[in-house]
Write a protein that binds this ligand. Sequence first.
Ligand SMILES: Cc1cc2nc3c(=O)[nH]c(=O)nc-3n(C[C@H](O)[C@H](O)[C@H](O)COP(=O)(O)OP(=O)(O)OC[C@H]3O[C@@H](n4cnc5c(N)ncnc54)[C@H](O)[C@@H]3O)c2cc1C
Ligand code: FES
Length: 234
Amino acid sequence: MAKVLWNTHIDSNYYLIKVDQVDDVKPGQFYMLRAWDKYPILSRPISIYDADEEGLTFFYEVRGEGTQRIRDLEPGDELTCYGPYGNSFNAEGVDAVTLVGGSVGAAPFYYLAKVLRRNNPKCRIEFYLGERETQSLETAFSDLDVNLHVKKGGLITEDLTYDTKLLYTCGPDPMMRAVTLAALDAGCDVMISLDNRMGCGVGACLSCTCTTKSGNKRACVEGPVFEGGDVYGK
Ligand SMILES: Cc1cc2nc3c(=O)[nH]c(=O)nc-3n(C[C@H](O)[C@H](O)[C@H](O)COP(=O)(O)OP(=O)(O)OC[C@H]3O[C@@H](n4cnc5c(N)ncnc54)[C@H](O)[C@@H]3O)c2cc1C
Ligand code: FES
């Protein structure tokens, strides 16, 4: 059981929470969070936003019962963090990459960008953040050593350039589909992170199963990171 260190409001329904659990984690992995005993029954999957020697940080949007309960936690309260689960984005041997995040879907890209920079000091990192016109989620990403492009409203595909030839995307399904198809047309390698509804997070319940060109896969074990063409390709 982890202890909450702080729980901060970022913008509208968006928050950052840090707990004192220290784990060896990879960018793109997630935890099943639980701040309650019996109800709601299921723990909630949330990506790693940041990890350091003091603990884990999560960037979350309050949507329903589970995330409301996490929002209400105060320093010293307990949060159970099962994980880390899932596969990860490759962050080694990368010299240029474009990250495309839609709203809170950009959560995994904070830690990913940090690890990319640590492993590849000269790496070119173009980070596109798409959000609604009223949102200011960029405050959660502004201290990264990347070229940050913020798109408020409209379609992020209007702004993207495809000259890095490697693209990672995470966010709403229609956005990831559009980004993947455009990037594949431009000859890029594309990796996506799916945020399917999850029951167990460990491969047992099959609730997160998705169809790929190479058969059905569990987003919690074989994913959440997949080749974009495998999921959205023609
Ligand atoms: C691998 C993974 C990583 C994720 N990372 C993050 C993250 O870093 N930050 C974050 O805020 N959210 C993340 N999510 C989504 C998050 O799990 C859901 O928003 C959360 O479970 C909602 O729980 P709730 O009890 O608040 O809402 P519920 O009462 O369960 O649902 C409220 C509303 O949210 C919708 N919803 C629930 N789960 C999802 C989902 N997985 N995708 C889309 N819509 C959903 C429901 O359809 C409903 O409309 C991630 C999901 C997955 C699978
Ligand atoms: S969430 Fe249960 S199998 Fe993936």
